[in-house]
Design a protein around this ligand. Structure first.
Ligand code: ZN
Length: 248
């Protein structure tokens, strides 16, 4: 009985999600047509096509946090980045990935010894600064010495007020679609989050979950859960585009 009820609930919520995705796709298509028509009259600075920069944290010799099952944060970050890219691109939204393979971003022709991480962050910042009319979305995983902590957490750049709007969209959608018990609030980034502190365009960093929590780690290691996370982020960015004029 319990499983039947669960099955019905699952089908209903899945249908709602699909219905929402369809209507969102229709709205976004008409929005992107409207935007391209408007953008021909904009200045060269704002003329740039609206772009979502997807930043998969870590890579290569920097694995990031390590899960209780031995999984690496860098791989989960990259997979969510790919899923998010596909959802955005198939709805006509341009994307740029800071990395699309298992590497750190540093020039192999310079003396990088002891500076790989610094050079990597500088390269990501450069992409963020050079991509006009953009939103920067950094994907990470959390970890803590005590295993009981869990739940997604969103940080936002204090340099542009629209960052907090997007961060709040992500928090709200993740709570409503995936984590009803999550009471974490969005937080402004301090200087210890290098990219958010230095980017002047809208920017957020999503800690998708705790790899130190056995239950959340095993969820994060399923493709379906990563797809649901990517869908929540996609929905949040889409809402931001629909609610604003993306005329930065
Ligand atoms: Zn990280």
């Amino acid at each position: 009985m319990k499983s039947t009820k669960f099955g019905i609930r699952y089908v209903i919520s899945l249908s709602l999600v699909m219905l929402f995705a369809c209507s969102l796709a229709v709205m976004l298509n008409s929005r992107s047509i409207k935007y391209s028509a408007v953008s021909t009259e904009a200045s060269s600075e704002t003329n740039a096509e609206f772009t979502v920069i997807i930043d998969a944290g870590h890579g290569g010799e920097d694995g990031g946090a390590v899960g209780v099952d031995g999984s690496f944060e860098k791989d989960l970050n990259l997979d969510i980045a790919f899923l998010l890219r596909d959802m955005l691109e198939s709805n006509g939204i341009k994307t740029v990935l800071t990395r699309d393979e298992d590497i750190l971003l540093y020039d192999r022709n310079v003396d990088y010894h002891g500076r790989k991480k610094v050079l990597d962050l500088a390269a990501r910042l450069k992409i963020g600064k050079e991509t006009k009319n953009s939103v920067f979305v950094s994907i990470h995983m959390n970890s803590f010495p005590q295993q009981q902590y869990s739940g997604l957490q969103v940080w936002y750049s204090p340099n542009d007020s629209r960052s907090a709007e997007i961060a709040e969209n992500v928090r709200k959608n993740v709570v409503s679609l995936l984590q009803k018990q999550n009471t974490r609030k969005i937080k402004p980034a301090s200087s210890n989050i290098f990219l958010l502190n230095r980017l002047e365009s809208p920017a957020i960093l999503i800690e998708c979950g705790f790899l130190s929590n056995p239950r959340e780690c095993s969820l994060l290691n399923t493709k379906e859960y990563r797809r649901q996370l990517a869908f929540s982020i996609f929905t949040s960015i889409s809402e931001f585009i629909l609610e604003t004029d993306v005329d930065f």
